[in-house]
Each structure stands twice: as C-alpha cells, then as structure tokens.
Design a protein around this ligand. Structure first.
Ligand SMILES: [Mn+2]
Length: 332
C-alpha cells in the first residue's frame, strides 16, 4: 500500500509533502496534468499547516474512488469557510489562504473546521466508478516514526452484493508487523464472501502469520441492509445508526494468527445498515477517547474528511495508526 501520512510542521516539510504526493499520483498512473495539480495542492495544504495551524498531518490515500489528499490539524480552525474560499478575500494570516485554489485544483473538495479545535481539508481526484453502492470508505494510514512500512493495514472487497472490509494491526512495528497484517488481509481477499467467523478461523490457522495481529471485520449485505461485525483485539469500532443511535462494537480479547484463540468463539454482531449509518474503526495508534457527539455536523461530510478529522484530533504519533470512516448512502 502506498498510502501514508506525513507530519508537517516546518517549511522543509512542504517539499517533502509535494514529493510524496507526486510519487503516489504517478504510481496511480494519473496523467501529467493531474500529477501537477496534485503536487500543487500538496504544497498549498502543507504551507497552510506550517503557517497557520502550527503543524498537522498531510495524508495521501488511494481508495476505491480515487486519490485523496487530506490535511488535518488541531490548530485554531477557520473563522469563516465561505469567506476563505472567495477570491480576493483577505486571508493573509489565516488558515484560509490557498483553499480557493485547492478547491479549483481538485475534482472534489471538502472542509470541516471547528474554532479552537482544528481543520480537515479533503482534495480528491476521482478515478473510475464505485464498484458498489451503499458503502463509502474514507481512510488514512500513518506509519510509526522510524519505520518505512505500516504494520496496520486494511482492504475492502466485494462479491455478489456483499462488501467485506478488514482492518488489521500487526503486533509491533515494521516489516514483520506489516507481514502479519498482509497475511490476515490476504484471507479476506481470497474469500470475499466468507463469513467473519470463517475468515478469522482461516487467519488463526495460517502458519505464515507468525507474529499475529488484531483484526476487525465488517461485512455489509447491501440487499438486506445489514452489517455484521467481528473483532479480535483492541481495534475501536463505533457505529452511528438511524436517529442518532450510537454503539461501540466490542471485540473479543486476543490475537489472530497465533493459534492462541483455539476453541474461543469470535463475536458476530449483526446490526441494521442504512443510508444514515456510519461505522468508524481505528487501530490503537489513535486514542479511543472520543465520542461522535463531540463533533456536531462532522458526519454530514465525506468519509475521507471524517477519517482525517479523527486522526488529526486523536493520533498518538508513536505507533502505526489507521482510521477507516465508512458511511452508508450514495454520497455526493
Ligand atoms: Mn498498534
């Protein structure tokens, strides 16, 4: 996975952000003209983080919808989003500088801000069409300092009206943790319709997954309108249902891939899934000390904006970290 998150706090990081975004855009085979737009956007967003937010994170994410650049910070926030967008509006000395050009450069633009708490900006370049309807995914993946690969990972696969999403956290950091995550993800890719219980059993019995991982599986039956959740280990999963219903989906303790859970049953929580539903899942590189009620209006935004916001507000910065924000409905 080429996705990554770059901490941006010094001017030197602006060039790094630009290089990272350019490399990922080229890896996605975007035409040169779009690569230039992505690079310019990365510079604008990173410059804003340095100048006005006292630092933050720039995420480059590739998902089913295309390439996302997500700038997220816990800085002062924007005074007025619409004013910030207007050409000629004096944004000198404020976070809004450059956002008008970001909106013009991207296919899709979104911003969520709270005064005194922070700002998250999404710029997306759309590629292809969605493979399914009714499950929208935003993601951010951070690699622990000093490592070149993240031990956290995720994938989404579909078969016959079923969408299965897996989020994994390989034990420890670095290549061996990444290997453990990849082994778990491989089982989902190989059996996209497998029940969560069957998938977890296959991961448990995998001799290649020596190190083990914590795993959360969310399986969506789009015709029935249901979500089935199974989790092992400490991955946080919070569901927002119809009418503001909130629930933390609890995993069973343990680690998959080390045969330690033999004889222990996994949980399989079945819940309704509709156009109003959200499921937020993240690894323990992000603090779980948040509630969806903390941020009124957030869940009207793009899932990628939501994933970026949660990361920007609660990342621990010492561990790998992955946030998935999954929404029902078709989206804009
Ligand atoms: Mn972790």
């Amino acid at each position: 996975m080429t996705d990554s998150v770059l901490p941006v706090s010094e001017p030197v990081h602006v060039g790094q952000a630009r290089s990272l975004a350019t490399a990922v855009a080229r890896g996605q085979d975007l035409p040169d003209e779009l690569v230039d737009r992505v690079a310019l956007t990365a510079s604008e967003l990173a410059t804003n983080l340095v100048k006005y937010a006292r630092g933050g994170l720039l995420a480059v994410s590739t998902g089913p919808l295309g390439l996302d650049l997500i700038a997220t910070d816990s800085g002062p926030g924007l005074r007025d989003v619409e004013d910030s967008m207007r050409d000629g509006f004096s944004t000198a000395g404020s976070m809004g500088a450059g956002l008008g050009s970001v909106r013009r450069l991207a296919d899709r633009f979104d911003v969520f801000t709270r005064r005194g708490e922070g700002t998250t900006v999404l710029a997306r370049w759309v590629r292809g069409t969605p493979q399914w309807r009714g499950v929208r995914i935003g993601s951010v993946l951070f690699t622990a300092p000093g490592e070149t690969v993240s031990g956290d990972g995720w994938t989404a696969v579909t078969a016959e009206g079923i969408v299965t999403i897996v989020l994994t956290d390989g034990l420890g950091h670095g290549p061996l943790a990444a290997e453990a995550s990849e082994a778990a993800i491989g089982h989902v890719a190989a059996d996209p319709r497998g029940s969560p219980a069957a998938l977890l059993a296959a991961m448990d019995d995998d001799p290649a997954a020596a190190r083990g991982a914590t795993v959360a599986l969310a399986q969506f039956d789009l015709a029935r309108g249901t979500l089935t959740f199974s989790g092992v280990g400490n991955i946080t999963a919070r569901l927002l249902g119809e009418g503001g219903a909130r629930e933390t989906l609890v995993s069973v303790p343990g680690i998959v891939g080390r045969r330690q859970r033999r004889g222990r049953r996994a949980n399989a929580l079945v819940r309704p899934w509709s156009a109003e539903s959200w499921l937020i899942m993240h690894t323990d590189g992000v603090s779980e000390r948040w509630a969806s009620s903390d941020w009124p209006g957030l869940f009207e935004h793009d899932p990628a904006t939501v994933a970026g916001w949660v990361l920007g507000q609660h990342i621990r910065l010492r561990d790998d970290a992955c946030v998935l924000a999954i929404a029902g409905g078709e989206g804009p």
